[in-house]
Design a protein around this ligand. Structure first.
Ligand code: NZQ
Ligand code: ZN
Length: 388
């Protein structure tokens, strides 16, 4: 394996009832707590009341930061940072999906920095040499793995850029993960979140080194779990076992564990983020559109690994197939799975209205050096055209 340093400072409390059991002691040291949440799901499913009651019972001063949108904007981050300063918030509690958790981390970063946070931490990778207000998270959607990493993916609407770096200093202090909190996620959102996890696994798996390594073996197990448990959770959204597995799969796919010793690709993510910057589409749905098309472009550059993916993840028998046929069959299985779980297959379904827009989006993409082959702008445009 390649050399690596592994660090993850988020403490996870996982399981039914964990908020009731542990939140009190986790906020003990803070008098003023910001409740950061999205556009209303936590009020409809009762999670907001459950958390607020605990904070009130403990005598906390609660500062509300609501209305965090999917694909949180830098403007929203600045609004939150203003509230933190105005009320001298001591802890930020992000309650929601990846968008809320990312925004909570971004608010902590932006409120602790005197200069232009966008330029220093999103436009380029910066150095965090100042204290951050601690963030705790209560995820309500499985998918991004934001609960256990330091990334805050933020959209700068003015500049039409969606981006984020993983800063270990921004890892949440704790994550309270109750799988039952994800029961109310609508089915398509559930599928999109699970596909995002699968995408994180694939983006890591399809990169060097391909020699025997435990990171790839963990990824294969996680990918099989997402496929199996998503199918089950779509049948029965309140299947606790399936929702627990999906929840933990998503954490393990983005808590850096499976990335150890791997180059990591993330080309599809970089492309999707720019599609999101232009269309505000849901991230997991965007990943579903891009993956099969991208992989049909590059699979010959990583043929052995794509064949292994077909065998070990999709259980396709190699008999009677050439390496290329086997690898292609794995990508076909992935595409069929995307259709089966009801995710989109074209950019038009994501809100790209005009073919002409593709050129501008392609020109705004960054390219990852970690994949089997580095794409150039012309090939990104070709992929977008095929996805349109
Ligand atoms: O806004 P609310 O009302 O909370 O509703 C949300 C939103 O409409 C809803 N939802 C969440 N939990 C629910 C629920 N509805 C009913 N019941 C629940 N329990 O779901 C909708 C989507 O939420 P969102 O947070 O946007 O989705 P997701 O968790 O997929 O997060 C996506 C964001 O995370 C970023 C994406 O780019 C996107 O901005 N990512 C973050 C990463 C990270 N930090 O490591 C990595 C990812 O690759 C990704 O880029
Ligand atoms: Zn993702």
């Amino acid at each position: 394996m390649n050399n690596f340093i592994y660090e993850n400072k988020t403490k996870v409390y996982f399981g039914r009832g964990c908020v009731k059991e542990f939140l009190t002691c986790l906020v003990r040291d803070y008098d003023t707590v910001m409740m950061a949440y999205g556009q209303g799901s936590v009020k409809r499913n009762g999670i907001y009341d459950e958390v607020l009651n605990i904070l009130m019972r403990e005598g906390k001063k609660v500062v509300e930061f609501s209305g965090i949108m999917p694909n949180p904007t830098y403007q929203k981050v600045l609004e939150g940072a203003g509230l933190v300063k105005e009320h001298q918030v001591q802890m930020i509690l992000g309650i929601g999906g990846g968008s809320v958790m990312d925004c909570a981390k971004a608010v902590s970063l932006a409120s602790g920095f005197e200069g232009d946070a966008w330029e220093n931490f999103w436009e380029r990778k910066g150095i965090i040499d100042f204290d951050l207000i601690p963030v705790g998270v209560i995820p309500t959607n499985a998918g991004t793995g934001s609960e256990c990493n330091g990334a805050a993916v933020i959209t700068n609407e003015e500049r039409k850029v969606k981006t984020g770096y993983d800063y270990p200093a921004c890892n949440p202090k704790f994550a309270l993960m109750d799988p039952a909190y994800t029961f109310s996620v609508p089915k398509e959102q559930m599928a999109a979140g699970a596909f995002d996890s699968l995408s994180h696994m694939m983006e890591t798996y399809f990169s060097e080194p391909d020699e025997r390594n435990v990171s790839d073996e963990i990824s294969e197990a996680l990918m099989r779990s997402v496929i199996r448990d998503l199918r089950q959770a779509l049948k029965d959204p309140e299947d606790y076992m399936a929702r627990s597995n999906l929840f933990w799969d998503s954490t393990l796919s983005e808590n850096r564990l499976i990335k150890m010793g791997k180059k990591c690709d993330f080309t599809s993510h970089l492309m999707e983020h720019q599609i999101g910057a232009y269309t505000d589409c849901d991230h997991g749905r965007g990943m579903a559109v891009l993956h099969p098309v991208y992989y049909r472009h590059i699979f010959r550059d990583g043929l052995g690994k794509f064949a292994r993916f077909a065998r070990n993840v999709w259980e396709i028998t190699p008999e009677g197939k050439s390496g290329e046929e086997l690898a292609a069959a794995g990508i076909d299985a992935l595409a069929a799975f995307i259709r089966e779980i009801g995710l989109p297959t074209t950019l038009r379904e994501l809100g790209v209205e005009d073919r002409k827009q593709l050129r501008e989006i392609a020109a705004s993409c960054h390219y990852s050096p970690g994949g089997y082959r580095r794409l150039d702008a012309a090939e990104v445009l070709e992929i977008f055209e095929e996805c349109f």
